[in-house]
Design a binder for this molecule. Structure first.
Ligand SMILES: Cc1ncc(COP(=O)(O)O)c(C=O)c1O
Length: 350
């Protein structure tokens, strides 16, 4: 394993990158919850990536994405998400570190109150991002994001006519370059586990755009890891989504000069814990969020990590994950959503 890790690290070092976050992020065991559930449960703390206390998984992707933007001579960065998008907020923050101008096109699934901005919308404004709100018109998020993309084209043309080079990042940072960030994340974790002499049976995480999963799946192929990846989907996606994620993984591997093939069959998606839709809490996600907060003092978010954690809990309780298994839950951040609009937060205080 050590040889494969070293080889992967040497490939990753060749990619353009800016240093944004605090890596490696910590891994620690949840002692009380492990005992309660009859497994060994570890947490990978990507909620602590920095650069401020509102970090998250996107910082990994942004190190490579903004490295690429700078190497192309861009000065403006355009990206997409919902109004409470963690990705958009982290992009805006990261752009400031790199002297790039952040331009956001944000889909209002939950309409923000301009006089009482909350969560990530508030942070976007504090860091001075240009915010363009796009009405979702009741469409599923992936349809709404297409609309945002169309609306951004006029602004990009305008900037290009003024002689500015724009760098466009898809929602969630889910491009082959962004995906390298999570190949790097997987290698980082395997290096940590190797040093602890700990062989994980499962890695579990929330999946949105699919970029995180693409990177994890590609990283797993790259170093021939046996650890299973369980991905809980938190948003509706078109039916070709598994093929899209596999291509993303393979395109990222190609950028590293590797031709290992990830196939849709390598991906374990579970959409059963999504509930009624993106940004709508479920009873189980609310229970999962409270359980972690009240047993271990760890805060997760209602939109992504709580839904994924509710799925993981259900797998453990039903014995789909055998007793005694070594499981790592990837805390991908997003806790700013605890300060978002009421309908996103759900009933977390009772
Ligand atoms: C907190 C959190 N967890 C998980 C994800 C999912 O990551 P990905 O979009 O790479 O699938 C996101 C994406 O925005 C997120 O904000």
């Amino acid at each position: 394993m050590e040889v494969q890790i070293k080889h992967a690290q040497s490939l990753l070092e060749k990619m353009p990158k800016v240093k944004l976050g605090f890596f490696p992020t910590p891994v620690h065991k949840l002692e009380k919850l492990s005992k309660k559930l009859g497994v060994e449960l570890y947490l990978k703390r990507d909620d602590l990536t920095g650069i401020n206390v509102y970090g998250g998984n996107k910082m990994r992707k942004l190190e490579f994405l903004l490295g690429d933007a700078i190497s192309q001579g861009a000065k403006h960065v355009i990206t997409f998400g919902a109004t409470q998008s963690n990705h958009a907020m982290q992009t805006a923050t990261a752009c400031r570190i790199c002297d790039l101008k952040p331009i956001l096109f944000l889909l209002s699934i939950v309409t923000p109150d301009e006089n009482d901005l909350r969560g990530n919308m508030l942070l976007d404004k504090i860091v001075g991002a240009e915010v363009n709100i796009v009405s979702s018109e009741g469409k599923p998020i992936f349809e709404g994001l297409k609309l945002s993309r169309q609306q951004s084209e006029k602004r990009i043309r305008e900037l290009e006519e003024q002689g500015h080079k724009c760098y466009v990042i898809p929602a969630g940072g889910a491009s082959p370059v962004g995906t390298i960030g999570f190949i790097s994340g997987f290698v980082e974790l395997m290096d940590q586990m190797n040093k602890k002499e700990l062989q994980l049976d499962y890695i579990s995480h929330a999946s949105g755009s699919g970029g995180t999963l693409a990177g994890l799946a590609a990283g797993k192929k790259l170093i021939n890891s046996k650890t299973k990846i369980l991905s809980f989907r938190v948003s509706e996606k078109p039916k070709e989504h598994p093929e899209t994620v596999a291509s993303l993984a393979n395109d990222a591997l190609n950028l590293l000069g590797m031709d290992k093939m990830v196939t849709p069959d390598d991906l374990n998606f579970d959409i059963n814990y999504l509930g009624e839709g993106y940004e709508i809490p479920t009873e189980a996600s609310t229970e999962a969020l409270k359980l972690l907060a009240r047993t271990e003092g760890i805060l997760i978010d209602p939109v992504y990590t709580a839904k994924a954690f509710s799925g993981l809990l259900d797998y453990i309780r039903k014995g789909i994950i055998p007793e005694g298994s070594k499981i790592l839950f990837w805390h991908t951040g997003g806790t700013t959503a605890l300060f978002a609009e009421k309908q996103i937060i759900g009933d977390i205080c009772s």
